[in-house]
Write a protein that binds this ligand. Sequence first.
Ligand code: SAM
Length: 225
Amino acid sequence: MPKLYIVPTPIGNLEDMTFRAVRILKEADLILAEDTRTSSVLMKRYEITTRMEPHHKFNEHRTIEKVAERIEAGLNIALISDAGTPGISDPGFLLARICRDRGIEVETLPGPTAFVPALVNSALPMDRFCFEGFLPLKKGRQTKFRELSTEERTMIFYESPYRLVKTLTQMAEYFSEERIACVSRELTKIHEENRRGTLGELIAWYTASEPKGEIVLVVAGCDHK
Ligand code: SAM
């Protein structure tokens, strides 16, 4: 039975590919990649010669139906994103949903994603947590902070280095300066950093030394002691 395979790829360290991910990408009839140029580095490293076509947020609405038809016609298709697990703050949801609606099997491989190592590194409660991805930039941002101010579970956010201090400052306003948080920067890369502290301490630190690179922000829930 042909399938849609959803294949996680490294978030910075190319060694984080699994043997199965490499095999599935080699055996697939077609790889859908967010940016074929970015993914060509990975393909070269693992000698994967499968044809790639672009699948990103700008074309996925138009192409998912055709992709589903190609799987129904017998192609095994693998979906990857630039980094991490497709569907996690990346294209993937629409394709997975249309496949499910049409009775096409979807098989997702376990593998890299940025929020899991960030959560575990934070040493904040990880038995219950909520993944919030990117916060709204304008509309709905204040409402979101208000809603989250009573969230008891550990919260996980994806954030850009340019907005980190602004986000920490707004969180301090809504959640208090004493709330514990952890900034994970450049996970799996040479300059990986996991910095824990109160929101107040993190604001002071990142105001003095401008953050660079990719960031996951993990924040304690409201009843954390
Ligand atoms: N699909 C990816 C995943 O499974 O984690 C997420 C893709 S999203 C477009 C990119 C965001 O993920 C970055 O802005 C950053 O917040 C986070 N991220 C990705 N790689 C990271 C890394 N190596 N270190 C820290 N955060 C990372």
